[in-house]
Design a protein around this ligand. Sequence first.
Ligand code: ADP
Ligand code: ADP
Ligand code: ZN
Length: 215
Amino acid sequence: MNIILLGPPGAGKGTQAQRLVDKHGMRQLSTGDMLRAAVKAQTPVGLEAKAVMDRGELVSDEIVSALIGDELDAMGDQVGAIFDGYPRTAAQAASLDDILAARGRTLDRVIELEVDEDALVERITGRFTCANCGKGYHETFDPPKVAGTCDKCGGHEFKRRPDDNEETVRTRMAEYRAKTAPILPLYDARGIVSRIDGMADMDHVAAAIESALAG
Ligand code: ADP
Ligand code: ADP
Ligand code: ZN
């Protein structure tokens, strides 16, 4: 099974992708995570992407599609892919069709997380992750069970993204509205979109995704 999680920044894509990975052994392909790794490693891609990401704008279609192709090649044929934060433009959607076809994969479902934009700034500005294992948290909505200790690995160090500030979030939302939301009609025409209330609590969202994938 190959699926896309679609929604604006803070919609819950990463949170739900982690759950699908834990439950079904699928693989999360997050272009945001790949780009942040490239920035950290100071690769040519990272050096080019950093300023664009800090502004909240979109990195070039060629760069992200190449990252996705490489990542798919590095994983087993039998492992299902969860595309998280990709595709984000019509050109990337077209590339994904080619990338999947070339590898004998099909796109089974697109999950759109519908959220209230006003809630997103609070979600994003309260977001942090474990510096050791990457597990995601939220100050108010999903804090570690024991303050200062990661539930998953017991780590004590946490980090925040430099682009998770209110000003950049506004740009990222505008990019989503202008460039990403318009790709939905393409998938609607194929009858593969499931719309899910992303404002519900995380367990409810997860359950709704499970039934969309089962149905
Ligand atoms: P979020 O899930 O909060 O929207 P991501 O981690 O997916 O954030 O992306 C962070 C940044 O990385 C984006 O603002 C953009 O600059 C860049 N980026 C990630 N994925 C893509 C993509 N598919 N196309 C272009 N830029 C991307
Ligand atoms: P995305 O990957 O779409 O940018 P995340 O999964 O990182 O979004 O979620 C953004 C923040 O909101 C995180 O801190 C996460 O813990 C929190 N969050 C995710 N889903 C929900 C939800 N259904 N209700 C409340 N907070 C949520
Ligand atoms: Zn951890």
